[in-house]
Design a binder for this molecule. Structure first.
Ligand code: SAH
Length: 558
């Protein structure tokens, strides 16, 4: 379990809990008066942050912990909020939780697991690489400098994240990468990766149980590990069929023409008569298995189901383009956090990687970039994912708002799974910091004329001003681009009063944030830089009790 999977978390304290901490973590908050209450909280939560003297917490844990595999993540904070210490569940979210809490409280995280002390690979913390059971002595050997040798009997093209585990050293530990159950005996540990792709055909009256049974018996008799199933290929007309949906596996559909174009071991004219392709199971397995996949189990059939199994030559990688939000970690969505945590590689502007540092784990590899070089960042992310790695490409705010999601889609290759994960964009974070200035129709306009000609930008400003949109200006002013904002505001001034409110928000939700409400006449352009967003109100934008807002016009409608 990792930080993103913590279902039920709570901050508990004998005295007051640190202000805002529970909200920032998305946890509940609880006081406790008796020892029994504390033990009760420890039993009923997946993650607990306890503010109390450590001996009290240790005594409570002594009566509640059962095993390293199931312990909750327990983090204790001294009442002075100086140290944040992992007491249990270190590798089940505890370490990340301690680092995150320490970040929020500006305290020191205290993490004492051996692998973190030695700075070595923690076998139970590798994203997307699972071992059934890791004997403690194996991790101890790694911590003390033994090497790691990878054995790869099925000749999978190993993605960088796996190949990178190999290291020099005496008496190396042997890790077997295989989808065959018997191969576990070749080494000290086995990792089963998703290398098996199934092709399934079924009649309309088939059930999920029929398919599951054929899969189970077929894989077992071939000595294959069912946890290695990557996905299921089938004919597109069966994609919605309950028997296939009920497998709860990733499904990929192909048209009869696509399937019929594949050369297969057992073509059937009867099948061709019925559905327009000579093969469903074998052809779909081969197509879904990607380039270089080999058929390892030819078509087997029961009355209602056909099944074939291929082994991928390389893993299917994934690329998540993750919007981090404006900066503070509590505005990172749980989905974005999940995508970060399960990534093997995290690619992005070095400053953004620093922002998310508290949630990055030791097993993850970072690819920091200087400002700019967007094409290179996207290129490296796609290349890594195409080689079977799981990659997160991070952007600030939302990944589609003047960011890189578009470029990724333009350059996408076939052999990876793409996810675009939205984030809170700067305009919305800025707007909510003063109220609701974007409260009615609004336009977002980037003043950067590096990729868009200035006359197009000017035409859009003019149109948005004339139509009375609230206008959020991204990339308002840099050391090189100094005149565009002034020109933009002059265009708006033709349509709006000099007293129209303007929000100038710099480093929103980051260190050194500065939020100023001014107006068209008084705005100080010199203070505005590339970390600032400028939002110009519409003619209806107003203030109430110190909050700025643009009404939707409910007044008088009742
Ligand atoms: N994808 C980002 C925008 C990238 S363009 C998003 O959705 O927010 C970069 C511009 O966004 C900056 O020049 C600035 O105008 C704005 N911006 C991004 N983060 C900001 C923040 N934390 N505070 C103020 N403006 C920000």
């Amino acid at each position: 379990m990792g930080l993103d999977e913590i279902a039920k978390g709570v901050v508990v304290a004998l005295g007051p809990t640190p202000a805002g901490l529970a909200d920032k973590l998305g946890f509940g908050e609880h006081g406790f008066a008796t020892f029994a209450e504390l033990t009760d909280l420890l039993v009923h939560n997946d993650a607990i942050v306890v503010v109390a003297a450590y001996p009290i917490v240790v005594r409570a844990l002594a009566t509640t912990l059962s095993s390293k595999e199931t312990d909750p993540a327990v983090v204790a904070i001294d009442e002075g909020a100086r140290f944040v210490t992992v007491l249990a569940g270190a590798h089940h979210g505890g370490e990340q939780l301690a680092r995150l809490v320490a970040h929020h409280l500006e305290a020191t995280p205290v993490i004492t697991t051996a692998s973190s002390v030695y700075g070595t690979v923690a076998l139970d913390q590798l994203p997307r690489v699972h071992f059934a059971r890791i004997p403690a002595k194996l991790q101890a050997k790694i911590n003390h400098g033994n090497g790691i040798t990878l054995l790869n009997p099925t000749e999978l093209v190993l993605p960088d994240a796996i190949a990178g585990l190999a290291r020099e050293g005496n008496d190396p530990l042997k890790i077997v990468i295989s989808d065959r159950i018997c191969d576990g005996n070749l080494g000290d540990l086995q990792s089963t990766l998703p290398t098996l792709t199934l092709g399934v055909g079924c009649s309309s009256d088939a059930t999920a149980a029929d398919i599951k049974e054929l899969i189970a018996t077929t894989l077992t008799s071939a000595g294959l590990d069912s946890s290695a199933i990557d996905r299921v290929g089938t004919i597109d007309r069966r994609l919605e069929h309950p028997a296939l949906v009920g497998l709860h596996l990733e499904l990929t559909g192909f048209t009869a023409d696509q399937l019929d174009a594949v050369k297969t071991a057992n073509p059937s004219s009867v099948v061709h008569e019925a559905v327009g392709t000579h093969s469903v199971a074998e052809a779909a397995a081969l197509l879904a298995g990607g380039e270089g996949a080999s058929l390892i189990i030819e078509k087997v059939k029961t009355d209602r189901v056909t099944l074939a199994v291929v082994r991928r030559r390389r893993l299917r990688g994934s690329l998540s383009v993750v919007g981090l939000g404006p900066g503070s970690l509590d505005l990172l969505t749980p989905r974005a956090l999940g995508a970060l945590r399960s990534a093997q590689f995290i690619v992005g502007f070095s400053r953004y990687l620093e922002l998310i540092e508290p949630v990055i784990e030791r097993g993850q590899m970072l690819r920091p970039y200087p400002i700019g070089q967007e094409i290179e960042r996207v290129g490296e992310s796609i290349a890594l994912a195409s080689r079977g790695n799981h990659v997160a490409l991070v952007t600030s705010g939302d990944p589609a708002v003047y960011a890189m999601a578009q470029l990724v889609i333009e350059r996408l290759t076939e052999d990876l799974t793409l996810r675009i994960i939205p984030g809170v964009t700067a305009a919305y974070a800025a707007s909510s910091s003063v109220g609701a200035i974007v409260g009615h129709d609004h336009a977002m306009i980037s003043l950067s004329d590096l990729l868009t000609p200035w006359n197009a930008i000017e035409a859009r400003i003019e149109a948005a001003a004339r139509a009375d949109f609230v206008i959020a200006f991204y990339n308002p002013r840099s050391t090189q681009r100094t005149w565009q904002l002034e020109k933009a505001l002059a265009i708006i001034a033709q349509y709006r009063q000099q007293s129209t409110p303007v929000l100038v928000a710099a480093r929103v939700e980051r260190m050194g944030a500065s939020i100023t409400v001014t107006n068209l006449a008084e705005i100080d352009l010199e203070t505005i830089d590339m970390e600032t967003i400028v939002i110009v109100g519409a003619t209806t934008t107003a203030a109430n009790h110190g909050y700025l807002y643009t009404p939707r016009g409910y007044q008088g409608t009742s």
